[in-house]
Design a protein around this ligand. Structure first.
Ligand code: GUN
Ligand code: ZN
Length: 472
């Protein structure tokens, strides 16, 4: 039986939005969030009802602003914050040109501390309360990132990047030193700050990690019960390089499977170029996926196929993937996820139309008509599966991300007993002449997703404590 909800010591009044399921939204127009002394949600629902039960509780009236659960960023890179939005390259040359030099600067702990501070302040200003993050290969720099997260009061899982091959000399590690340092950092930080901080083992990707390093990571993560994060199948050149480095592996996902890295504690970022068999492996192992639509557009990487994940019930969340992603805001990322699903849909329809135009040529082949029918049936033409709408994007950026982190009982929605992590957002006024009255909650949410600037985020709370307040 669930424990009784604690008594609220403060009521926050505004329009409430909370995800209930991937395609189900709970919205309360004159809503109220009651927060307990311990920073939990004590009540969430109609203002009149909750206020009548708790007449002694002080009220913060945020109207006409809306109250949403704190957003969950399932994939981003702290050091890359300062190198965001440098366009013109695909993944591998972009890493060489901008990212490795930027990450090398984390050798200076003061730079690491300052950058991390600014990163967390900016994330809170965007309404993000929980993040899964990469630091760099530097143990001290990673420690600084944890300290900054602790000071900012956010929830975060952070990992020291691990690279024992195919990286610039100043970022290259010995396999055993990499494992020893990560082990020590995990012992130091996993569960720190009253459980707000967790450690995530972070082998960067198969190109920069030997099989021995990845196997070592799997062992350590299991020993500590810690998270694992890495990148999977983001870019065709990356795929070719991985195939050359691991000629025995059946495919890219197989490289990680052989190392023991798949499972419910692992978050794979991107997952753009996977066969059906690889998707099956992710589904069967319970591996989580970070969908990074903005980054995928920015680095010209490709377009995620949400239908593959949905059909297998794979836990998916959204990642800003800064600096490949050009924004630290999950509001921008929700918009990108909606657009990516439309891009995917358009691509599949274009493929179907081209194949349809070749019907005559197929017809001349023995069995050609059947072959064509089979190929067409594999295209993702069912918009109810493939399309991400604002309600679904909102789920992905909140409860979906929480579920991917194994934290769905604690965060991700505004429900009694969960942590009171929330963001207060002024719904956009599209134009003085456009009516604000009479919008349905879904319409308001849609406008919030497509039109929220950081200046519309009035305040961000973690465990009931205000961690960001708009100043101007
Ligand atoms: N693959 C390996 N490293 C990175 C990185 O830093 N960013 C992105 N987008 N992909 C990667
Ligand atoms: Zn990344």
């Amino acid at each position: 039986m669930a424990p009784p909800s604690p008594t609220p010591v403060r009521l926050h009044r505004g329009m409430l939005f909370s995800p209930a399921a991937p395609d189900r939204l709970v919205a309360v127009e004159d809503g109220c969030l009651g927060v307990s002394a311990g920073g939990r949600v004590a009540a969430a629902g109609e203002y009149a009802e909750i206020a009548a039960h708790h007449p002694q509780a002080p009220v913060t009236d945020w109207r006409p602003a809306a109250i949403l659960p704190g957003l969950v960023d399932l994939h981003s890179h702290i050091p890359q914050y300062v190198a965001m939005a440098m366009d013109g390259y695909d993944l591998l040359p972009w890493l060489e040109r901008f990212i490795y030099p930027t990450e090398a600067a984390f050798a200076d702990p003061r730079h690491a501390r300052e950058t991390s501070r600014r990163f967390f302040a900016a994330a809170l200003a965007c309404g993000t309360t929980t993040s899964l993050l990469y630091a760099t290969v530097h143990a001290e720099g990673t420690r600084m990132a944890f300290r900054a997260a602790e000071e900012a009061g956010v929830r975060a899982a952070i990992g020291k990047v691990m690279m024992d091959r195919n990286a610039p000399a100043e970022l290259l590690e010995e396999t055993s030193a990499s494992l020893t340092e990560a082990d020590a950092l995990c012992a130091e930080w996993n569960g720190a700050a009253e459980g707000r901080l967790r450690y995530a083992f972070t082998p960067r990707f198969a190109i920069t990690c030997s099989a021995g390093l990845m196997r070592g990571v799997a062992g350590l993560a299991a020993d500590h019960g810690a998270l694992i994060q890495t990148h999977l199948a983001e870019n065709p050149d990356e795929l070719r390089t991985v195939a050359g480095l691991f000629p025995e592996a059946p495919h890219y996902t197989g490289v990680y499977a052989d190392a023991g890295l798949l499972g419910p504690s692992t978050v794979m970022a991107h997952c753009l170029y996977l066969s059906d068999g690889e998707w099956d492996l992710l589904g069967e192992s319970g591996t989580r996926v970070a969908h990074c639509a903005g980054s995928n557009f920015f680095l010209r990487s490709g377009v995620f196929d949400m239908g593959q994940a949905k059909r297998r019930g794979i836990a998916v969340g959204l990642g800003t993937d800064v600096g490949a992603g050009p924004s630290l805001s999950l509001f921008d990322e929700m918009e990108s996820a909606c657009f990516a699903s439309r891009a995917r849909y358009a691509l599949e329809r274009a493929a179907a139309s081209r194949l349809g135009a070749m019907r005559g040529e197929f017809g001349r082949l023995p069995g050609g008509a059947d072959l064509l029918a089979s190929v067409l049936s594999r295209l993702e033409l069912d918009d109810s599966v493939a399309l991400v709408d604002p309600v679904q994007a909102f789920y992905l950026a909140t409860l979906g991300g929480a579920q991917a982190l194994g934290m769905a009982d604690e965060i991700g929605s505004l429900e009694p007993g969960k942590w009171a992590d929330f963001v207060v957002v002024r719904p956009p006024v599209i134009d003085a002449a456009s009516p604000e009255e009479g919008r349905t909650p879904r319409e308001v949410l849609s406008q919030i997703i497509y039109r929220t600037e950081p200046s519309a985020i009035l305040a961000t709370f973690v465990a009931g404590a205000e961690r960001h307040r708009r100043t101007a």
